[in-house]
Design a protein around this ligand. Structure first.
Ligand code: ZN
Length: 308
């Protein structure tokens, strides 16, 4: 075994699981392998066991980036995980292997990856916002990951940004930030504006009965006025939630990641937030570690920060 420690690092998602061997500095030692996520909790545990057994001679630890809140010992998921099979939060990840096992929430892993080797390298105070179908977040304060009382801190998608709009969120509540500023939010805005805005009549989207985020972003790229109006409203909603978070966390940098995050206008957000926040300056940048963030962050956190 070499001096540089290595982890077999997994990123488990609702449909696919990706894994690779990664060293304590975030370097990939092997290629990534992508496999379908099994449809039962028992099979998921078997999958982790089998792959870990295969690589046992080459690794110091098994690290896992997962959806859901993770307990303070980094051994168990302790919240519901709607995109994974029932029984998944009850799994005891320690059963996977005799080696050390480290489990962490995917957004926490991603903010750590950006802090260690991405857009926030060298910054000790970092806020990360992941804009996808929903909104997730992670934060580092003075070089430490903020985990909260139960490990569930930074559920930023559920921050309420209105009291009375009655926009239903996927969590069953109303007016959460993610029902306005996520990919789902972008579609909600288009559906609402199609009923009220004149520009819709001449829009490239006028024949659509439903709007995909793809249609709207394509419309923006083509200079379609309706799509631009929808996009600008979306960008305003991103700003509305973010300015509050910046005031709370006083980050040196905000990293925007996720499938929808790449479409957000970071330059405009940076300018506006530095104007409207009372805790400035703050930089706003796009993430650099992309889809590998979860795996990289889990490996570095597990090998270097958890005392393994
Ligand atoms: Zn919600």
């Amino acid at each position: 075994m070499s001096i540089t420690k290595k982890a077999l690092s997994f990123d488990i998602g609702g449909t696919k699981t990706i894994y690779a061997i990664i060293d304590e500095f975030g370097n990939f030692i092997t290629e990534k392998t992508k496999i379908p996520t099994p449809d039962s909790a028992g099979q998921i545990l078997e999958m982790f066991k089998n792959i870990s057994c295969e690589h046992a001679d080459d690794i110091d630890a098994v690290t896992i980036s997962t959806a859901g809140a993770v307990n303070i010992d980094n051994t168990k998921v302790c919240s519901s995980t709607p995109n994974l099979p029932s029984g998944y939060p009850d799994l005891n990840f320690k059963e996977i292997t005799d080696k050390k096992v480290f489990v962490e929430n995917d957004a926490n892993c991603a903010v750590w990856a950006e802090h260690a080797c991405g857009a926030a390298k060298g910054c000790k105070n970092v806020l990360m916002i992941t804009l996808g179908t929903g909104i997730g977040g992670g934060a580092i304060s003075n070089g430490k990951l903020i985990r909260g009382y139960t490990g569930a801190a930074l559920e930023v998608g559920s921050v309420k940004i209105f009291a009375d709009r009655r926009q239903k969120c996927t969590c069953g509540r109303y007016d959460c930030w993610e029902s306005y500023a996520s990919g789902t939010g972008l579609k909600n805005i288009a559906a609402a504006m199609a009923k009220t805005e004149e520009e819709f009549k001449n829009s490239l989207l006028k024949d659509n009965s439903e709007f995909s985020t793809f249609d709207i972003i394509n419309g923006v790229d083509a200079g379609d006025k309706f799509s631009l109006k929808v996009f600008n409203q979306w960008q305003d909603y991103i700003f509305t939630g973010l300015v509050g978070l910046v005031n709370i966390f006083n980050p040196e940098i905000v990293v925007i990641s996720g499938g929808m995050g790449k479409f957000a206008d970071a330059v405009q957000l940076e300018e506006k937030i530095n104007h409207e926040s009372v805790v400035t300056p703050v930089k706003i940048k796009h993430a650099r570690t992309g889809n590998d963030a979860g795996m990289i962050g889990a490996a570095i956190l597990g090998l270097r920060e958890s005392g393994l």
